[in-house]
Design a protein around this ligand. Structure first.
Ligand code: ADP
Length: 457
C-alpha cells in the first residue's frame, strides 16, 4: 500500500473515531435532556393527581375525578387498586383495561419506564400510593414519547450523515494533501532513478521552493551527488594520470631492452636508461602508496621530538649542493622550534617545497627560508622569486598529478610528476597542521606551513 493511501486511510480513521465519539456524546446528552423533560412533566402531573386523592370511609384511597383530558392529549392517567383492578382512567384512554405499564404496577417505589402499548411508544411513571406504610393503590401517568423517538432518529441520521461526510472529506483531504506534499518526493525518486539508469552523475534533482523536510532531503541528496561526482571525476582523472605517467617510462624501458637484445655487448647507456626509469617508477609507486595511506588516515608516523630549525639547516645544506648555485638561499628567521612528528616525513615536506622553489625559480633568483614560533604554533616559510602560480592553478596545486602549465612538459631529471605538493599536504595534515600558499603570477611564491608545537619547545 502506498504511503499516500496509508495516510489518507489514517486521516479518515482519525476523523471517524473523533466524530463518532463526539456524535455519541451529543446523541446521549440530547436524549437524556429530552427524557428528563418528559419525566419532569410526568412527575408534575402525578403530584397534581396525588393532591386530589383522599382516603374514603372504606379505608381505601380514592380519587374524586380524574381531570378531564382532551381526547387528543398525549398524557394518559390510570388509577389501579392493589388487586390489579382499574379504578379510574383518563378519557383519552377510552375503555382501555390494559395497564400502561403492567410491570410498573409491582414496583414498591415510583418508577419511570419506557413501554409499548398497541404499537405506541410510551413513557410511564408508576407511583405506589401508601397509607400508613401500606400499599393501597398505584397511579400511572404516561405520555407518548414518539416525538422523542423521532427527534432521536433525526439526530442519529444527521450525525450519521455528518460522520460519513467528514470521513469522506478527511480521506479526500488526506489524498489531495499528501499528494501535494509527496509530489516533490515522487519527482525526486524519478530523477534518482534516471541518474541510476543513465549512469549520469551530472544530473541533479530539481530543488523545491519550500524548505521543508523534503526540500532539505533533496538538497542533501544533491550535495551527496556533487560529492560523488567530484570523487568519481577525480578517480577518472587519477586513472588517466597514472596510465599517462606509466606509459613514458615503460616505453623507454621497452626501447632500451630492445636495443640491448640487438647488441652483443651490454650497452651501458641503455642499462642506465632502464635503471633511471625503474627508479622513477619505484618512486612514483612509493609516493602513490604514501598518498593512499594518508588519504585513508593510515599513514604510519614514528613520532618523536623534532627540532625544525636543525632539520631545516640540514635540508638547506643538501639543497645548496643539489641546486649547484642556480639560486641563492637566504635565511630570514631561524628560531628554536620543536614539534612532535615524524622526522623523515617532515624532512620530505621541506625537501619537496625547497626543491620546487629551486626548480621553478630562474637562475640567479632567491629562495628564502624561515622557521619560527607564531602564536604558539610552528611556522615554516619557504619563498622564492620565481614566476609565481597563476590564480587558476592555485586551488588545484595540492591535487594528485596536478601540474601547472609551465611544468607540464616532462622535467629533465624525470622527477616531476605532480605528486610533490599532494604529499606535502597530506603529511602536514597527518601531523595536525595546515599549509597556505601566497602567490601571484610574476611575483614569486611563498608556502607557509603551520604545525602544532610540542610542549617542550
Ligand atoms: P611537480 O612535480 O609538477 O613540481 P608539485 O605537486 O610539486 O608537482 O607541484 C604542483 C604544481 O604547482 C607544479 O606543477 C607547479 O605548477 C606549481 N608549483 C609548485 N611550487 C611552485 C613554485 N615554487 N613556484 C611556482 N609554481 C610552483
Amino acid at each position: 500500500m502506498s504511503l499516500r493511501t496509508q495516510l489518507s486511510l489514517l486521516y479518515a480513521l482519525l476523523a471517524g473515531v473523533v466524530l463518532a465519539v463526539l456524535g455519541l456524546i451529543v446523541y446521549t446528552l440530547v436524549s437524556v435532556m429530552l427524557v428528563d423533560q418528559i419525566d419532569r412533566s410526568l412527575s408534575q402531573s402525578a403530584l397534581e393527581l396525588i393532591s386530589i386523592t383522599h382516603v374514603n370511609s372504606a379505608g381505601e384511597i380514592a380519587i374524586e375525578n380524574i381531570p378531564s383530558l382532551d381526547a387528543t392529549s398525549t398524557t394518559y392517567i390510570q388509577f389501579w387498586d392493589t388487586r390489579g383492578k382499574l379504578k379510574a382512567s383518563s378519557d383519552n384512554l377510552g375503555n382501555l383495561q390494559l395497564s400502561l405499564d403492567p410491570n410498573g404496577l409491582r414496583y414498591p417505589t415510583p418508577v419511570f419506564r419506557d413501554t409499548r402499548l398497541n404499537q405506541a411508544s410510551l413513557r410511564v411513571l408508576s407511583v405506589p400510593l401508601q397509607v400508613e406504610s401500606r400499599r393501597m393503590a398505584v397511579l400511572q401517568v404516561g405520555t407518548n414519547r414518539e416525538i422523542v423517538d423521532q427527534l432521536q432518529q433525526i439526530l442519529a441520521t444527521v450525525l450519521g450523515i455528518a460522520l460519513a461526510i467528514s470521513i469522506a472529506m478527511a480521506a479526500l483531504y488526506g489524498w489531495l494533501g499528501t499528494g501535494l506534499v509527496l509530489a516533490p518526493l515522487e519527482k525526486a525518486t524519478l530523477a534518482a532513478r534516471n541518474i541510476a539508469n543513465k549512469n549520469d552523475l551530472s544530473r541533479r534533482i530539481p530543488s523545491v521552493a519550500r524548505k521543508n523536510e523534503i526540500g532539505i532531503l533533496i538538497e542533501a541528496f544533491n550535495q551527496t551527488l556533487d560529492r560523488l561526482e567530484d570523487i568519481f571525476n577525480k578517480q577518472k582523472r587519477f586513472i588517466a594520470d597514472v596510465s599517462h605517467e606509466l606509459r613514458t617510462p615503460l616505453t623507454v624501458i621497452k626501447g632500451n631492452a630492445g636495443l640491448l637484445r640487438k647488441m652483443k655487448e651490454p650497452d651501458e647507456e641503455s642499462l642506465r636508461g632502464i635503471e633511471t626509469e625503474v627508479d622513477r617508477l619505484t618512486r612514483m609507486v612509493g609516493d602513490l602508496l604514501l598518498l593512499a595511506q594518508a588519504e585513508a588516515g593510515r599513514l604510519e608516523l614514528s613520532m618523536k621530538q623534532v627540532e625544525l630549525d636543525t632539520l631545516l639547516l640540514e635540508v638547506l645544506q643538501q639543497a645548496k649542493v643539489l641546486s649547484g648555485g642556480k639560486v641563492g638561499f637566504q635565511i630570514a628567521d631561524i628560531e628554536q622550534v620543536q614539534v612532535s612528528g615524524d622526522q623523515d616525513r617532515l624532512k620530505q615536506v621541506m625537501i619537496n617545497l625547497i626543491t620546487n622553489a629551486v626548480k621553478y625559480t630562474p637562475s640567479g633568483g632567491q629562495v628564502g627560508l624561515s622557521v619560527k614560533k607564531v602564536n604558539g604554533q610552528a611556522q615554516l616559510m619557504i619563498s622564492d622569486t620565481g614566476p609565481g602560480i597563476p590564480a587558476a592553478d592555485l586551488p588545484h596545486i595540492f591535487e594528485r598529478f596536478y601540474r601547472g602549465d609551465k611544468a607540464r612538459t616532462r622535467s629533465a631529471d624525470g622527477s616531476s610528476y605532480g605528486l610533490g605538493l599532494s604529499i606535502v599536504f597530506w603529511i602536514i595534515k597527518s601531523h595536525g597542521g595546515r599549509i597556505e600558499v601566497v602567490s601571484k603570477e610574476g611575483g614569486g611564491t611563498t608556502f607557509i606551513v603551520w604545525l602544532p608545537t610540542s610542549g617542550g619547545s
